[in-house]
Design a protein around this ligand. Structure first.
Ligand code: NAD
Length: 442
C-alpha cells in the first residue's frame, strides 16, 4: 500500500520504517524541516534499537520524508496521524491532531478516489468521530463513510523496544467508522497475518489503549499500596507477597481460548460477591487504617462494587422512567454459578433497589432459593420454585448469576409476544440473542 504518516516522532517514524520493512511504500511527513532532511539522509533523529538499520535499508527506496503534507496525501491511499497529544493538566491537547486533520482534509478536497485517514495518536474516546472526522469533512467538503474512510488504530509500542514491538506486536486494534475503513487497516496489516486482532468502532479502539495503560498503572499502585501497608505492619516483604500471588493459577493457568486465566476477572458486570472478596478487602482496609496506613485504592474498589447493582437496575430506566409496578424477574441469586452460597451476592442490593423503586419482583435460583429467602426475607419479593414461574408476565429480566439453566432464556424470550427487556448482569449472553438486550458497560 502507499502510506503517508504525519509526525515523525517515536510512533510515526518507527511505524514508517517498520511498514517500509514490511513492504509498503511509505512517505513520512513532519513540520520540522531539519528532521525531514536528516531522515532523507537515513539519519534518525531519535535513538531506537534497530531503527538505523531500517532507515539505511529503506530510505531512498520505499521510505521517504517530506514537509509537504498535501503532496504526501495525494500520492498515497491511507494516511496515519501520529502527532503528539500532550496532557495539559486538564485535557489532552488536540492542537496538533486537529491541525493535521484540517491539512489532510484540505488535501483530500483536491484528491479523486477513496482515501482512509487513521488516527494513531493516543486520543480520549470520542475524539476520532467527534473532532477528527468533522475537521476532515469541513476542510475537504467531502463526506466520511462515502468519499473517505476514518479509522483509529492505537499504538502500544514502548520506547527502547519500539522497533521490536512494532514488528512483533501482541495485538492489533482496528477501529473504524465502517467496515470499509477497517478493511483498509486489515490491508495495511496484511503482513502481520498471525497477530491477534480486534475489529471494532473508533471509540472502543481509543478506549482499549487507555484501558490497557490504566490497568497497568492500577496494578502498580495496587502493589505499592500493599507495600506501604506491609512496611507499616513490619516484617512483610511485598516482593515476596507478590511472588506468592504470581503463583496463583489465575496468573499461571490458561483458559480454553489459551488466554491467561486472570482475564476472567477483566470483565464488566453487576459487581462481585461471595464470602471472601468483600470481607477480605474490607478487613485489609480496616487493618491498614488501624496501622496508620490509609488504603485509598482498595476503598475505591469497594465503592465501585457497591455502585454496580444500582447501575444494573439503572439500565431499566432507559426503558421506563419509573420502575413503579414494573414486573421484574431477578435470576440467579447465589454469588456465582455452581454454589448455593448467597453471601454478598449482588442479587440482594439489586432486589433492594427494585423494591424501593416500587417494582414487583420475582426471584429464582436453581439451588439457592432457601438461602436467599433466609438472608433476604423481603416480603415484597416473591421467591419462585421454577424459572417459568419467575419470568411469567415479566416486563424485564435481570440475570445476576448465569446458571446453565438460563442458557435457553433467549429462545424463550424470542417466543414472547410482549417486549421483554433482558438485562445481562454478567455479559455472558450474545447481544443479538434477544429482542431488547441491556448489559453493564454497553
Ligand atoms: P513526538 O512528540 O515524539 O512526535 C510528534 C511529531 O509530530 C513531531 O516530530 C512533530 O514535529 C510532528 N508534528 C506535529 N504536528 C505536525 C503536523 N501538523 N504535520 C506534520 N508533523 C507534525 O510524539 P510521539 O511520542 O511519537 O507520540 C505520538 C502519539 O503516539 C501521541 O499521541 C502519543 O501519546 C502516542 N504514543 C506514544 C508512544 C511512545 O512511547 N512515545 C507509545 C504509544 C503511543
Amino acid at each position: 500500500m502507499k502510506v503517508s504518516i504525519i509526525g515523525t516522532g517515536y510512533v510515526g517514524l518507527v511505524t514508517g520504517a517498520c511498514l517500509a520493512e514490511k513492504g509498503h511504500d511509505v512517505t513520512c511527513v513532519d513540520i520540522d524541516p531539519n528532521r525531514v532532511s536528516a531522515l532523507n539522509r537515513a539519519e534518525s533523529p531519535i535513538f531506537e534499537a534497530g531503527l538505523d538499520d531500517l532507515l539505511r535499508a529503506h530510505v531512498g527506496r520505499s521510505l521517504q520524508a517530506t514537509t509537504d503534507l498535501a503532496h504526501a496525501v495525494m500520492a498515497t491511499d491511507i494516511t496515519l496521524i501520529a502527532v503528539g497529544t500532550p496532557f495539559d493538566g486538564r485535557e489532552i491537547d488536540l492542537t496538533a491532531v486537529l491541525r493535521a486533520s484540517r491539512q489532510i482534509g484540505a488535501a483530500l478536497k483536491a484528491k479523486d478516489g477513496y482515501h482512509v485517514v487513521v488516527v494513531k495518536s493516543t486520543v480520549v474516546p470520542g475524539t476520532t468521530d467527534r473532532h477528527v472526522l468533522p475537521a476532515l469533512e469541513e476542510a475537504s467538503g467531502k463526506r466520511a463513510g462515502v468519499d473517505f474512510g476514518v479509522a483509529m488504530n492505537p499504538e502500544f509500542l514502548s520506547e527502547g523496544e519500539a522497533v521490536n514491538d512494532f514488528l512483533f506486536p501482541d495485538r492489533l486494534i482496528l477501529g473504524g467508522i465502517d467496515e470499509r475503513s477497517i478493511d483498509a487497516l486489515e490491508r495495511l496489516y496484511e503482513p502481520f497475518k498471525e497477530v491477534p486482532r480486534l475489529r471494532t468502532n473508533t471509540r472502543t479502539a481509543e478506549m482499549t489503549k487507555y484501558a490497557s495503560n490504566a490497568l497497568l498503572a492500577t496494578l502498580i499502585s495496587f502493589s505499592n499500596e500493599l507495600a506501604n501497608l506491609g512496611a507499616a505492619i513490619g516484617e512483610i516483604d511485598t516482593i515476596e507477597v507478590m511472588r506468592g500471588v504470581h503463583l496463583s493459577q489465575y496468573f499461571r493457568g490458561r483458559n480454553k481460548e489459551g488466554l491467561p486465566a486472570i482475564t476472567a476477572f477483566l470483565a464488566a458486570g453487576c459487581g462481585f460477591g461471595g464470602s471472601c472478596l468483600t470481607k477480605d478487602v474490607s478487613a485489609l482496609i480496616a487493618h491498614g487504617e488501624a496501622a496508620g496506613n490509609p488504603m485509598p485504592l482498595l476503598r475505591s474498589v469497594i465503592r465501585v462494587n457497591q455502585e454496580q447493582p444500582r447501575r444494573t437496575v439503572g439500565l431499566l430506566r432507559k426503558h421506563w422512567p419509573s420502575l413503579a409496578d414494573l414486573k421484574v424477574a431477578v435470576l440467579g441469586l447465589s454469588f456465582k454459578p455452581g454454589t448455593n452460597d448467597v453471601r454478598e451476592s449482588p442479587a440482594f442490593p439489586i432486589m433492594r433497589e427494585l423494591v424501593d423503586e416500587g417494582a414487583v419482583v420475582t426471584a429464582y435460583d436453581p439451588v439457592a432459593l432457601h438461602e436467599a429467602r433466609t438472608l433476604f426475607p423481603e416480603p415484597k419479593v416473591r421467591y419462585c420454585e421454577t424459572l417459568e414461574e419467575a419470568i411469567n408476565g415479566a416486563d424485564a429480566v435481570i440475570v445476576v448469576t448465569p446458571w446453565q439453566e438460563f442458557s435457553g432464556l433467549p429462545a424463550r424470550l424470542n417466543g414472547e409476544q410482549r417486549r421483554v427487556v433482558f438485562v445481562d448482569g454478567r455479559r455472558t449472553f450474545d447481544k443479538g440473542s434477544v429482542p431488547v438486550y441491556e448489559g453493564v458497560g454497553l
